[in-house]
Ligand binder design. Structure first.
Ligand code: NDP
Length: 315
């Protein structure tokens, strides 16, 4: 019996490729580059980058797109739904790693550890010379979450022992959570001095962290983004950090990755990471396994493990 053909366009985690090759025919190519006969054989896709409506339409017998990552803004899931194609992502298996990263980034931003290490490595630590005291402390802060889903809640749980006050803004209040709810982002920004953004990239979240929100956090305010750069007006962020309207920012994600504005790079009060929040070997392996297990679940029993909301699969 011939094996089910799975397309892998662009770069993919090696573990996904190795495991897929055990059970599927793997075709590493872009959807648009296939001849008609090959395109019509493709029934599954494993993707880490973009998969647009045109890519979906290039594959007439496509059944499932397994996307690497919990954010699946790179895949046109709405269009997939109109074609009856299921989309899956990799939720939960990365929650702990991303939450750990968020805490590290928050503390690095507030206490300036990366700058202090650079100072030491540059040979500045001499008798009688100490690194200046950090202007800010985590102690006594009021941390506001923009987004408090799977990952946000893990970050919040980790923050509780730091004895900070925690509040949040989402569209829907979650009464099971022990934190103060703000129905608007503006209201949250007015109340807190520290904001962690962990919302998805959607039309509604575009540049919602704007000049007004940053100004409301204030000169002692700290902004951390581990969600998507899309959510932030980056020009306004550079302006707020340069003028002192905002105290400091810690960013794992940027508007136009991997292009980080030089104005942001030049700022001493910004800690910048290259989108690595889930980037450890064990966590990326777990994500890779879920990418494959979704394909196996679908083609074995029509049971993908983690379909996205736009393409639900009835159990
Ligand atoms: P969830 O879907 O579990 O949580 C999303 C949260 O955002 C919910 O609380 C949701 O609440 C809220 N939200 C969504 N839209 C809005 C809106 N318009 N206004 C206010 N709140 C909103 O997702 P995860 O926690 O699993 O992941 C969140 C995002 O983090 C991912 O989509 C991804 O983009 C990003 N991410 C980044 C990583 C990195 O490497 N830096 C790694 C992993 C994820 P409600 O629906 O009630 O509004």
């Amino acid at each position: 019996m011939s094996r089910t053909a799975v397309l892998v366009p662009g770069k993919m985690h090696e573990r996904v490729l190795a495991r897929l090759k055990d059970g599927f025919e793997v075709i590493e190519a872009d959807a648009g580059s296939l001849d008609a006969a090959t395109a019509s054989r493709i029934r599954g896709v494993a993707v880490s980058g973009t998969f647009a409506a045109a890519d979906i339409d290039a594959l007439p017998n496509l059944e499932l797109i397994s996307s690497f990552g919990v954010g699946y803004d790179n895949v046109d899931a709405r269009h997939a739904a109109t074609r009856g194609v299921v989309v899956t992502n990799t939720p939960d298996v990365l929650n702990d790693e991303v939450a750990d990263t968020a805490i590290g980034l928050l503390i690095n931003t507030i206490r300036e550890f990366p700058r202090a290490e650079n100072w030491l490595r540059a040979g500045n630590w001499k008798p009688g010379q100490n690194y200046p005291l950090s202007r800010f402390s985590l102690k006594g802060r009021h941390v506001g979450f923009y987004g408090l889903g799977r990952i946000g809640q893990e970050i919040a749980k980790r923050l509780e022992p730091f004895k900070v006050k925690i509040s949040y803004h989402t569209r829907t209040r979650n009464d099971a959570l022990p934190y103060d709810y703000y129905p608007t982002l503006e209201g949250l920004a007015d109340a807190v001095d520290t904001m962690i953004s962990i919302v998805p990239k959607t039309p509604q979240t575009h540049k919602t962290v704007n000049a007004g929100i940053l100004k409301a956090l204030g000169p002692d305010g700290v902004f951390v983004n581990v969600g998507r750069g899309w959510t932030v007006d980056e020009d306004a962020l550079v302006e707020a950090l340069s003028s002192g309207a905002l105290g400091a920012a810690g960013l794992d994600v940027f508007y136009d990755e991997p292009n980080v504005p030089s104005a942001l790079m030049a700022l001493p009060n910004a800690v910048l990471l290259p989108h690595l929040a889930s980037g450890s070997v064990p966590t990326r392996n777990a994500m890779a396994d879920l990418v494959v297990d979704n394909l196996v679940g679908w083609f074995d029993a029509r049971k993908p493990l983690t379909p996205v909301a736009e393409t639900p699969v009835k159990g």
